[in-house]
Design a protein around this ligand. Structure first.
Ligand code: ATR
Length: 283
């Protein structure tokens, strides 16, 4: 009896050694009984250009890839076809290698965030007042899927006000949107507050007023770690009953969206978030 070879997938980036994606996709494959292999591959741009490395992986028979830091914009430029959400994000985190040799580029980051907030945190966006902090690549990737959920309003605040304004103006939406620097954030409670700055990485807090916090706000940090982030701690300190969540669920959510694109089946993210959480807390 011949054994069927698993379909090959990988995440590419640099650095990549600590990527959780191989574990996440292995758990998805077990859960959905899909015969796949998924590995982490470092692309060292001093050895090989991104385009050359991708061509090589395609020749080796990979069916699809996840693309992470620092290559999401290179991936956007290399794809032959783009999904609408990748086009808006101007960044790609998922490739599908089509049978005819074409590369389809998608961006599942925003869908992953929406999935995590709506299904895991159980906070639908519809009619909610949303405050987004930051206006870099990470925020650019989430805006379109978030706006598609018809929140009541969205305010984007960024250290560099101009960047928030430019980003806000790019979206053609019926959702009322506004943008500002730190000094002009409306001082009223928001229902959902999302920190998309890279400040948490350095353990820093964006200097915003606690007046944006409501007793029942969901305070979400796109970063994650073994401990709650400084941003989550700040929120709890001022509003002990607010709900806080880090970005681990978004990581698992974007992976689930990529997996669904490749395999046609959407895994349940909750048990996988729990398993990855346990692992990072034990390290
Ligand atoms: P990413 O892809 O992670 O979003 P980026 O495009 O460099 O990276 O954007 C980083 C975001 O974090 C930006 O919104 C940046 O603010 P500026 O546009 O003013 O640079 C924000 N950021 C980075 N460090 C910060 C800090 N210490 N405090 C507040 N915001 C910070």
């Amino acid at each position: 009896m011949s054994q069927i070879e698993p379909d090959k997938y990988a995440v590419v980036g640099d650095p990549i050694a600590h990527s959780k994606s191989p574990l996440i996709h292995r758990l998805f494959a077990q859960q959905t009984a899909q015969n796949i292999r998924y590995e982490a591959i470092r692309i060292d741009s001093e050895e090989l250009s991104f385009a050359q490395a991708i061509e090589q992986l395609k020749q080796e028979g990979f069916k699809g890839l996840n693309i992470t830091v620092p290559y999401k914009v290179d991936a956007f430029e290399q794809a032959n076809q783009l999904t609408a959400r990748a086009q808006v994000a101007q960044a790609v985190n998922t490739f599908v290698f089509e049978a005819d040799g074409q590369i389809l580029g998608d961006n599942t980051d925003g869908a992953g965030l929406v999935l995590d907030i709506e299904q895991n945190a159980k906070r639908p966006f519809k009619d909610q007042r949303v405050l987004i902090i930051g206006a870099g690549g990470a925020v650019q990737g989430i805006l379109q899927p978030l706006l598609a959920k018809q929140p009541g309003r969205v305010h984007i605040a960024n250290r560099t006000a101009k960047r928030a304004q430019v980003l806000g103006e790019r979206f053609d939406t019926s959702v009322p949107m506004s943008a500002s620097g730190w000094d002009a954030i409306p001082l009223e409670p928001f229902d959902i507050i999302i920190n998309g700055t890279s400040a948490s990485l350095e353990g820093k807090l964006p200097p915003i007023s606690e007046k944006v916090l409501g007793a029942h706000s969901l305070v979400y940090d796109m970063m994650y770690g073994a401990q709650p982030t400084v941003f989550m701690n700040w929120a709890k300190q001022h509003q002990p009953n607010c709900q806080t969540l880090d970005g681990l669920g978004m990581l698992v959510g974007q992976a689930a969206e990529s997996f669904a694109l490749w395999r046609g089946v959407k895994p349940d993210i909750q048990p996988v978030i729990a398993a990855v959480r346990k692992l990072i807390q034990s390290n």
